[in-house]
Design a protein around this ligand. Structure first.
Ligand SMILES: O=C(O)[C@H](O)[C@@H](O)[C@H](O)[C@H](O)COP(=O)(O)O
Length: 263
C-alpha cells in the first residue's frame, strides 16, 4: 500500500496502515538518502536513537536492501545515549547492535559509541570531540550556514511527552546553543543520566526522520505537527525544524489519529 503523504514546507508526513508497511517505506527512504549522500560526498553518516525505531529499521538487514547498499560507506553515531555500560540492557548502543547493526556488514570501526567508563559530562564532551575530529576530515559534513556538523541522516523516536533524543519538555538542555553534545542527569524517562545531540546539531542535519507509532504517541504527534496555540510550544518534537535539510515523519494510523490533514 502507498502511504498517505502530507507535505508542508520542507516537512513530509508519511502515514501507514501497518507497521510492516511503515518498515518497508522507512527502509526505502533510508536507501534513497544513502544514495544521495554517496553521490554528494561518498559516505553516509547516520545518527540513531533508542526505542522502537531500531526494530522498525529491521528491513534494512533483509533483501533487497542488504545487497543494494555498500555498508562500508556507513558511519554510525547516536543522537542520544543512556550513560550505562555498553553491555547494559538500557544501552542504546547495545539495542542497535543486537537488533540491527550485527545483522549488517558495517565496518565495526565505523560505530561511534560513547565512552561508557566516564561521567555523563565527560562522555558528552568526549563524544563532541570525536565528532569535531570527523567534521575536520569531512567524514561528517559541515553545515552550510554554521559550524555545526551536518549529519546525512538523524533518526529520532518521539516519546508520549514529545521528547526527542534525550531532549525533554521544559528541560534546560533544550536551550543549549553552543555545545553539540550535552548531558543530563535528571531524565524523566529512566535511566537518569544521558547524553544527547543539541537542537542546533539536529536541525543542521541534511535529513531528519522522526518515527512514531501507536495511539500513545497521537497527542505528541498532534502537538508537534499541527498548527496549534501556545500549548504546543513546549514540545521538543515541534522544535525539530531543520534549517536547510528535510524533515520526514513516519507514522502509523494510530499515531496519526489526532492529526489535522493539512494537504
Ligand atoms: O534513549 C531513548 O530513550 C531514546 O532515544 C528516546 O528518545 C526514544 O527514541 C523515544 O523515547 C521513543 O521511544 P519508543 O519509540 O520506544 O517509544
Amino acid at each position: 500500500m502507498v502511504p498517505e503523504v502530507l507535505i508542508k514546507d520542507r516537512m513530509e508526513v508519511r502515514i501507514h496502515e501497518s507497521l510492516e508497511e511503515l518498515s518497508i517505506d522507512l527502509a526505502d527512504q533510508i536507501e534513497e538518502l544513502y544514495e544521495q549522500s554517496i553521490k554528494d560526498h561518498g559516505v553516509f553518516a547516520v545518527a540513531l536513537s533508542g526505542g522502537s525505531i531500531i526494530s522498525l529499521m529491521r528491513k534494512l538487514s533483509e533483501a533487497p536492501y542488504n545487497k543494494m547498499i555498500d555498508w562500508s560507506k556507513w558511519y554510525i553515531f547516536w543522537a542520544d545515549e543512556r550513560v550505562v555500560a555498553k553491555n547494559h540492557v538500557d544501552s542504546n548502543y547495545k539495542l542497535a547492535k543486537d537488533h540491527l547493526l550485527t545483522k549488517l556488514p558495517i565496518v565495526p570501526s565505523h560505530f561511534y559509541s560513547i565512552n561508557d567508563s566516564v561521567t555523563a559530562e565527560e562522555a558528552a564532551s568526549e563524544y563532541e570531540f570525536v565528532i569535531r575530529q570527523l567534521v575536520k576530515t569531512r567524514t561528517i559534513n559541515v553545515s552550510d550556514i554554521s559550524d555545526c556538523p551536518k549529519f546525512d541522516l538523524i533518526l529520532l523516536g518521539v516519546g508520549p511527552d514529545g521528547h526527542v533524543a534525550s531532549l525533554f519538555p521544559n528541560h534546560p538542555a533544550l536551550e543549549e546553543k553552543s555545545e553539540w553534545v550535552t548531558f543530563i542527569t535528571n531524565s524523566p524517562k529512566p535511566p537518569l543520566e544521558r547524553i544527547t545531540f543539541t537542537l542546533p546539531v539536529i536541525n543542521s542535519a541534511a535529513n531528519v526522520i522522526v518515527v512514531a507509532t501507536g495511539g500513545v504517541k497521537a497527542e505528541a504527534v498532534h502537538m508537534a505537527i499541527d498548527d496549534m496555540g501556545p500549548e504546543c510550544q513546549d514540545s521538543p518534537a515541534r522544535m525539530i525544524q531543520p534549517s536547510v535539510g528535510k524533515l520526514m515523519w513516519f507514522l502509523d494510523d494510530e499515531a496519526a489519529s489526532k492529526l489535522t490533514r493539512f494537504s
